[in-house]
Write a protein that binds this ligand. Sequence first.
Ligand code: SAM
Length: 214
Amino acid sequence: MNPWQQIQSDEYEAHMSAPDVLQLQVLNEIFRKVIDQFNPDSIFIPGCTTGNGFEHLIDRQNKIILGVDINYKYLAECHAWFAEDLPSLNLICADLNDLEIQHPYFDLIHTALIFEYVDVQKVLSKLSNWLNPGGIISVVLQLQTDSSDPVSETPYESIKKLSSIIKLVDEREFVDLAEGSGLKEIYSSQINLQKGKKFYVGYFKKMEIFRIVP
Ligand SMILES: C[S@@+](CC[C@H](N)C(=O)[O-])C[C@H]1O[C@@H](n2cnc3c(N)ncnc32)[C@H](O)[C@@H]1O
């Protein structure tokens, strides 16, 4: 079983919002900015957990909102919180490595702290194929730093299991892989977090292919 399926949502949220971590709030704000900037009609959120930041989608009349997560209980909570206010919300419990979607076309795919847990090349190339031309993938990666462990120490035992599967992704390698999947980095920044941790935030645009007719 994937360790993510063994982490209760209350432990996950308590860990992510603990004073030494404070990542839930930062991720929420990153999502708000992405939504404000791109105002997508259709949005896919892989690794959506219980819907951190979904309140920013309320009253936007998105045609489709798709959330995917490997932990069914997170999705059940997400549904309980948001289904009424977000009529276009669809939730699928699946492993992103294996996920296939029929006729998927999204304006925006928001991927925050998910590439650390999947086959980066495989998932990135699938996501790129599921974007509309000119569509955007927003990416949050946890950066490798000398001063912090990949999984922060908090009292929550189940979180420790993630140490065995987390693989931090080098942002330059990610940018190269993205280019290979037809995605061009159009924005990047770094965010400093508690205890010397850092996030990379990048926006990638799906390159459009023009054919010049002689
Ligand atoms: C760090 S959390 C993501 C945080 C969230 N995106 C946010 O902005 O607050 C990682 C999420 O990815 C999910 N996940 C991990 N591996 C997965 C996989 N292989 N397929 C689908 N979901 C996965 C976990 O269950 C968890 O909900």
